[in-house]
Design a protein around this ligand. Structure first.
Ligand SMILES: [Zn+2]
Length: 226
């Protein structure tokens, strides 16, 4: 079985695309129909997601989130609300809350932020909070102490079902993403998430953006792992 690994058809076998045989016909089809997926990379700044109850603890009874700007993923938005996050070593002020409210409050930081806070959070997918780091969040109306909830977000690609099918990617598949430039870099351990609620984008944090010196709207090339 051939696997698409980012090479051009001609590099895999110069005869393959011209003379598909019974044995290699499926492989030829797979390679032939797969373009390389170029995905726009977006940097996620540190941010907080809040539950309705925690929003009221932080901003007072009946508090609501105020949409400041739509984000690339449908129905996700930056809010006007800001909070302080605090760990054993230090705190960071004016951290954004992203809307809408969620079932569970969570804080996503970079490892540089974690160092400032004095935390060692695990690398996790959003919402996977079990055993993650404790953190204090403070708003104008009060503080909450989360026993768990602070994570460093795992690199991920949001992808539409149409794009996933076109490029032969599956939900939860782990791929690499290559970025070019002066600090060219191949990111590994990038998890693919397929949903019709998504727009196709890659999300990494600012440590990762800076490591590869990624500019706004820069694209990466998705490489399927073999
Ligand atoms: Zn994301």
């Amino acid at each position: 079985m051939w696997y698409y690994n980012g090479w051009d058809t001609a590099q895999i076998d110069p005869f393959l695309s011209r003379r598909p045989t019974y044995q290699n016909y499926n492989a030829w089809k797979v390679v032939e129909f797969m373009d390389k997926l170029k995905v726009i990379i977006e940097g996620s700044a540190r941010h907080v997601h809040v539950s309705k109850e925690d929003l009221e603890r932080l901003f007072g009874e009946g508090a609501q989130l105020h949409n400041k700007r739509e984000l690339s993923q449908p129905n996700q938005y930056l809010t006007e609300e800001r909070v302080r996050i605090e760990g054993p070593r230090g705190c960071i002020d004016r951290v954004s809350i992203l809307g809408p409210e969620r079932n569970q409050t969570q804080v996503e930081v970079s490892f540089t932020d974690a160092r400032t806070l004095g935390l060692t959070p695990p690398v996790r997918e959003s919402g996977d909070l079990k055993g993650s780091d404790p953190i204090r969040i403070t708003g104008p109306a009060g503080s909450i102490d989360l026993e768990e909830g602070c994570i460093v977000a795992k690199r991920h690609i949001h992808i539409t079902p149409q794009d996933a099918e076109k490029y032969g990617l599956e939900d939860r598949e782990v791929v690499q993403v290559r970025v070019e430039g002066e600090r060219a870099l191949t990111f590994d351990e990038v998890v693919v998430r397929v949903s019709d609620k998504f727009q196709t984008r890659m999300h990494i944090d600012f440590d990762e953006m800076n490591a590869a010196q990624i500019c706004p709207n820069q694209e990466g090339t998705v490489i399927k792992k073999v």
